[in-house]
Design a protein. Structure first.
Length: 205
């Protein structure tokens, strides 16, 4: 009998297996204001493409990332952090421990870069509210803050990352996945689009 593999694998979330991913149904219902996960995933996949990835070790799910065009996630329009970029893809949620979330973000960014997406937005929660990406985690991962506002006793920040070139996305991937723990960054956090410039300044110094 072949032993089960515990090497982490990342694959696209499929509508047929949506019920295997904990929290996914509730997250999709939240951001779509009540749509069933399987129905929504199938619709988005047919008209736009993959809307999420899941990380597994063997048969066990360790996390997932969910993203889509802004119009497919209508709840995003409720937050007073806009206007949202009409051309940007919206990151709805990324779940898992810190390392899992970094791996999933990298997979998402690479996929969207290949699909010609120029930027990704997220309505992130400053207080780590359920079904939201966490503001601090995204800022420490290289996203930049755009606007901050209060909404229903919570505080939220619109954050954005520009994908830039494939080389820059690759540099971001290597910098994120290689970290066991994210550092405490001081000053302005660079977006992926300025990674090459930052490295050049470092070499010149």
């Amino acid at each position: 009998m072949k032993a089960a593999s515990f090497v982490p694998t990342i694959s696209a979330i499929s509508a047929d297996r949506a019920d295997e991913v904990p929290v996914l149904e509730a997250t999709i219902s939240f951001w779509t204001e009540g749509r069933p996960a399987e129905e929504w995933l199938r619709e988005v996949e047919n008209c736009w493409g993959t809307a999420g990835f899941v990380l597994r070790r063997g048969d066990e799910v360790h996390g997932f990332v969910l993203f889509a065009p802004r119009e497919a996630l209508p709840r995003a329009g409720r937050y007073p952090v806009g206007p949202l970029d009409d051309d940007a893809v919206l990151l709805a949620f990324v779940d898992g421990d810190a390392r899992t979330r970094r791996r999933l973000l990298v997979r998402m960014l690479r996929d969207l870069r290949l699909r010609g997406v120029a930027a990704v937005d997220a309505v992130a929660s400053d207080r780590e509210t359920a079904h939201h990406a966490h503001t601090r985690f995204l800022l420490e991962s290289g996203w930049r803050p755009v606007r901050r506002a209060s909404y229903r006793l919570g505080h939220y920040t619109l954050v954005r990352t520009e994908l830039g070139s494939a080389v820059e996305v690759g540099e971001l991937a290597r910098s994120l996945v290689g970290k066991v723990r994210l550092p405490s960054l001081k000053g302005k956090v660079p977006s992926p689009g300025v990674l090459a410039q930052a490295e050049g300044e470092h070499r010149d110094g």
